[in-house]
Design a protein around this ligand. Sequence first.
Ligand code: ADP
Ligand code: MG
Length: 271
Amino acid sequence: MSEDPVEARARSRIGRLLRDKWKLERLLGVGGMAAVYAATHRNGSKAAVKVLHLELSLDPKMRERFLREGYVANTVDHPGAVRVLDDDRDDDGSVFLVMELLDGESLEARQARLGGHLPPEEALLLMDQLLAVLAAAHARGIVHRDIKPENLFLRTDSELKLLDFGIARLRDNSASATRTGMTMGTPAFMAPEQALGQSERIGPPSDLWAVGATLFSLLRPLHRWSPSWPAPSHLTLQSAGRTPWPCSRPSARPTTRSPVRLFRWSARGSR
Ligand SMILES: Nc1ncnc2c1ncn2[C@@H]1O[C@H](COP(=O)(O)OP(=O)(O)O)[C@@H](O)[C@H]1O
Ligand SMILES: [Mg+2]
């Protein structure tokens, strides 16, 4: 199978020295915004270096937003939020963040490694940890807006870390972050108000919706959203015709309210 061109380009950076300081040694992951590497500073310290994709680095607004990620993540001030230590710009113009280096795997990778889903007890304990980080973030006026297995990282010591505050919004500077009508996030996990681009309605409950979608997908891989579907109706489409929840314990079955009814209920603004 041929390698994705973005990943191939990210891989070609391995061995480079950024700012004469950080040697990129290993590719840890590639997301929609950036590639993340294990790196060593010339003084010997180890860190994760997140480099904004080159085509995005050309856009000053994107660069600014990318660098904001560090400030937002550190504002959460909770051990479950990844710590960002520094930011800088390489000689070729690419901007990068320096973060604590985490040892473990993303929940997306873990799910794939375990054959598609996590044991229910483990998934629930992880969501419990996630809710604690989100409570800290929400208390500081931060809405993450991109909760999904790929942005959750399980350390080898079983501590969960929330990554990727790239599209997070701070209450105070919401106007500059995303315009009304612009949809950002990951459709399969988005709350209706986010899918509809109603940015003024996006708040802590939008993250909680994504926690629910994440839990559901960790327990059972969903039919992923397809770009050919019209965005605002993706939730209805996703929920339609799904076979029952794969759980043997009746007490753990979900509410009788179907996802479709929940969507309509929330779209009416009752949430
Ligand atoms: N601090 C870190 N330590 C180890 N791996 C990381 C770290 N940050 C990110 N990763 C890995 O890189 C992937 C992409 O990182 P992410 O911050 O989500 O980038 P993007 O903003 O492009 O989505 C993650 O899913 C994870 O596997
Ligand atoms: Mg990500």
